[in-house]
Design a protein around this ligand. Structure first.
Ligand SMILES: Cc1ncc(COP(=O)(O)O)c(C=O)c1O
Length: 395
């Protein structure tokens, strides 16, 4: 139905959209247009080309910010979700110490764990690991208890979590979570790597996401920050573009987002990012979500029919499953039949280790998929499991 919107490779059934999604043709064209017609640097060159590129880049910022539920002066371009979270930790929390607390569900992607573990090791900030069930759903009673019991212990608090998890595709009840965060004076950071395609976040203090899982280019993302908090944040990487004045031995940094974008940024990427927002808006984010969900439901039925256990049956975008075989072996055999999925610990080792000794196979859907892909998946999974069964009988 949507396949024609991509430069697609018909030989593959691509079910690895949660790792990275194919790039929409309109996104590729928008980057091409920059390289062909407007190739100049931004914010510095007085000539016409430089001005066109600057206007296009700043328009892109506006589009991306609005897509996330923020405004343009609140949107910092980064290299992706991981860099956005590191920026948050290094900048906003630069002077946090042992009296401050970070609240993190222990089922998170490594990108939303390691920057906080680093902060703990570097500055002594206390991490409170939060409970979740095997579907990856945060335990709200535990969240409330932990926030309550540490209310007077932690001076400054930040709750950081993925809205949609990358292992089970579970969607956390963000309204309630945001309410608890507010009640207990806790800043809220949403890792929207998997969810930005379908959601906006006007109530969060910080949101991290990247373009490459929403049909955009790789190497570009954003950290959106409530403006009042952005003003308090210090630059974390400095250089050209971040300063108003420099003397020998001193620098006065720019106001606003400029102080976080050192050096020549990924200009073409920013334009492609904005185009990926327009692409999804034009299709309709709700419609795209429904389409993705229908495919996942078909995959769930296939997987269960082959005696595998689905981790969470209610996801819009992910069918993760556990079989009696090593997940990496299953994923490799599917790959050898041109069905692209992922298998292993999915960059969320603590969670995956808790639910399976053999890792998890993850098939994730998107607009590129159609019924032909679903059929290929069925045939290939059956064959992969048969092969592994035969091999194990021989041993
Ligand atoms: C929930 C979640 N957070 C963070 C990331 C990291 O994103 P990126 O590789 O774009 O930095 C991913 C990527 O898979 C993810 O699924």
């Amino acid at each position: 139905m949507f396949k024609d919107l991509f430069h697609n490779n018909d030989e593959w059934a691509y079910f690895d959209n949660a790792a990275t999604s194919p790039t929409a043709t309109s996104v590729i064209n928008s980057e091409y247009k920059y390289y062909e017609k407007m190739r100049a640097n931004i914010h510095r060159s007085p000539h016409e080309l430089g001005q066109q590129a600057t206007v296009a880049y700043e328009n892109a910022r506006e589009t991306v910010a609005e897509f996330a539920g923020f405004s343009s002066p609140e949107c910092i371009f980064t290299r992706g979700t991981t860099e956005s979270i590191n920026l948050l930790a290094y900048s906003f929390c630069s002077d946090w110490g042992k009296d401050d607390g970070i609240y993190v569900p222990s089922c998170e992607h490594h990108s939303n764990m390691l920057p906080w573990i680093e902060l703990q090791q570097r500055q002594g900030v206390k991490i409170y690991w939060l409970e979740y069930d095997n579907n990856g759903l945060i335990d709200l009673d535990n969240l409330q208890d932990v926030l309550k019991s540490t209310q007077s212990i932690s001076k400054r608090k930040l709750l950081t979590l993925a809205h949609v998890g990358n292992v089970s595709g579970i969607e956390q009840p963000l309204e309630k979570i945001a309410y608890f965060a507010k009640t207990f004076d806790c800043y809220l950071h949403v890792d929207a790597a998997q969810s930005i395609k379908y959601h906006t976040y006007p109530k969060a203090d910080f949101v991290s996401f990247g373009a490459h899982k929403m049909y955009g280019p790789t190497g570009i993302g954003a950290l959106c920050v409530d403006q009042k908090l952005l003003e308090k944040m210090k630059p974390w990487q400095v250089g050209g573009g971040t300063v108003d004045r420099v003397t020998i031995g001193n620098a006065v940094y720019s106001e606003g987002v400029a102080k976080f974008e050192a050096g020549t940024p990924n200009i073409a990427g920013a334009l492609g990012f904005a185009e990926s927002c327009n692409f999804l808006t034009d299709i309709g984010r709700e419609k795209a979500k429904e389409y993705s969900k229908e495919i996942i439901q078909e995959l769930n039925i296939i997987v269960k029919g082959l005696n595998c256990e689905v981790v969470n049956e209610n996801s819009d975008c992910i069918c993760s499953f556990i079989s009696e075989f090593d997940a990496f072996d299953v994923a490799s055999l599917l790959g050898s039949q041109n069905v692209a999925v992922r298998g292993g610990n999915l960059c969320a080792e603590p969670y995956v280790k808790r639910i399976s000794k053999k890792g998890v196979v993850r098939a994730s859907s998107g607009l590129i998929n159609d019924e032909k892909d679903v059929k290929m998946f069925k045939v290939a999974l059956q064959k992969s499991l048969d092969t592994l069964t035969k091999n194990s009988n021989k041993e």
